[in-house]
Design a protein around this ligand. Sequence first.
Ligand SMILES: [Cu+2]
Length: 325
Amino acid sequence: MSVLALLAFAGTALAHGHVSSYTVGGQVIQGGTNGGLSVNPRPNTPAWLAANNDNGFVTDVTSPDVICHKSAEPGSSSFTVAAGDTITLQWNTWPDSHSGPVIDYLAPVNGGFESISKSSLLFTKIAEAGLSDGKWAANELIANGFMWQTTIPSSIAPGNYVLRHEILALHEAQRVGGTQFYPQCINIEVTGSGTNTLSDGTPGTQLYGQTEPGVIFDMYNNPTSYPIPGPAVMAGGSTGGGSGGGSPPATTATATSAAPTVAVPTTTLRTLTTTAAPAPTGGNTGGSGTVPKWSQCGGQEYKGPTNCVSGTTCQVLNPYYFQCL
Ligand SMILES: [Cu+2]
């Protein structure tokens, strides 16, 4: 019995996750968790490093740890994203039992990334997904090979920002202090012609109240709706799914193949990213049956075409998701 109990406990503990990579415009950036804060010398990475190499979580909504995870320290570099473009966030894993919302924030950065004081970051919510048609966003993420997508609103002004991506696990949320926060941060440089500088955001330690509806929640009572906690989503932000269909829309590749900074027409992206369905079959199977760049080409339970378009190869991002890169 003790062996079984131990095994069960170990399985649970190991099942928590982190973002293992970020993909945008053909760049694949490592997540910050590998080795945590102990890596020496520090990698020059856009992803923040934190003491979450145990894949743990934060429960105190007023702790600095809730900003970008435990003892987080800013990444020293950034990667470029055009306003209107979509970032693919790949979690290494996520347990089925840990249902909850998936939320994304942006905070503008004044000055260099290395000297960020995390307590001075002011976050604006750019996307949120909670409970829709009886399905939790976190479980949607699992169904899509632990992948999530978030679009940088096209109105965002050029400049440096921290993207704060987060899953809330609600399996103990019926009690105060039971909700588990899994924030992940990465530095981005937004390009484009937007004008919104996000000057009226909220400090990370003030995003949530410990007894706010949605932080306190009983997920075991067959809920039909869920009040996503935190500030309201900005105008032009995204509500609903972020799983986006298992692969970035093919139009992104078209737009970015000429130059990485070309903005994709907002209307096109919005239509595509709000469709919480697999990539249009016409996109993958039309014509020659080759897979466009950025699209899925393999992985467990994947049944689509596997031949990548010329100039790309099918690369394993995780056992569930191979992508033409
Ligand atoms: Cu857990």
